[in-house]
Design a protein around this ligand. Structure first.
Ligand code: HEC
Length: 221
């Protein structure tokens, strides 16, 4: 007898707890339902791109004790209550690798040649990277050794048909180029020169410096 009552009590208890839990699941409209640790789901951190200036926005879900609604998300101390500060005047945007934009104009090759210094060290790893990049971006015209004898320069025959060639590809190991600076090479990769098209949009500044280093090693041989 005793046993059976206990069993009944247990069943009722489980049903009651279940019903309460299920009731807590009801959510919608202005009712978020029951949440465990609400502040974990509704971030109270400043969201840089939101700007809710109504301090009471979301008071109905408020679990905060600072008197503000949960969705209030503005920084009162910034101009226009913005969460993000505007950058300081004359701030210059860098690219994802942290590089400043290249500002030397196409026509200022000589200036670039004389003033630019390669920021990278001549380590074996950097030169190996430079070689891989040169192979990807330059070999088809300038040739693996820089002799100006890549397939684009010499032309190829496909199924007995001569495919066009690009005349005048520079032999980078020739007297005219042997003493050019790494800055010169960087500038030419960036902007192109004469018949050579610019590669600035394809090759990141860091990679251009790596290639410039590698070209210098080709010229030493
Ligand atoms: C589509 C073919 C082509 C590709 C690709 C190419 N070049 Fe050139 N490059 C040329 C031609 C053509 C010239 C000669 C330009 C002229 O004087 O009209 C040249 C010239 C140069 C010069 C000499 C510039 C000067 O001062 O006269 C350098 C340095 C150079 N290229 C480096 C590179 C590097 C490094 C790459 C790879 C990132 C590359 N080139 C990719 C065709 C190419």
């Amino acid at each position: 007898m005793q046993m059976r009552n206990m069993q009944l009590l247990k069943t009722i208890l489980i049903a009651a707890v279940g019903a309460t839990l299920l009731a807590g699941c009801k959510a919608g409209g202005d009712n978020p339902g029951r949440e465990y640790a609400a502040n974990m789901y509704h971030s109270v951190a400043y969201e840089p791109l939101t700007q809710v200036t109504d301090e009471s926005a979301g008071t109905w879900v408020n679990a905060l004790n600072n008197g503000r609604g949960e969705y209030f998300n503005s920084n009162k101390y910034n101009p226009n209550w913005m969460n993000m500060r505007e950058p300081a005047p004359n701030t210059v945007k860098r690219n994802a690798q942290g590089w400043l934009p290249y500002r030397i104009g196409k026509d200022s090759l000589e200036y670039a040649s004389l003033t630019l210094k390669n920021p990278l060290d001549s380590t074996a790893a950097i030169i190996a990277d430079g070689k891989a990049l040169y192979t990807m971006y330059c070999t088809h015209c300038h040739g693996a050794k820089g002799l100006g004898d890549g397939k684009v320069a010499t032309g190829v025959t496909v199924d007995g048909v001569e495919k066009g060639m690009l005349g005048g590809v520079a032999n980078l190991t020739g007297d005219a180029y042997i003493n050019i600076t790494e800055g010169h090479i960087f500038h030419v990769i960036t902007w192109g020169k004469g018949l050579m098209q610019p590669h600035g949009s394809q090759v990141s500044p860091e990679d251009r410096w790596k290639i410039a280093k590698y070209v210098k090693t080709l010229q030493k041989k």
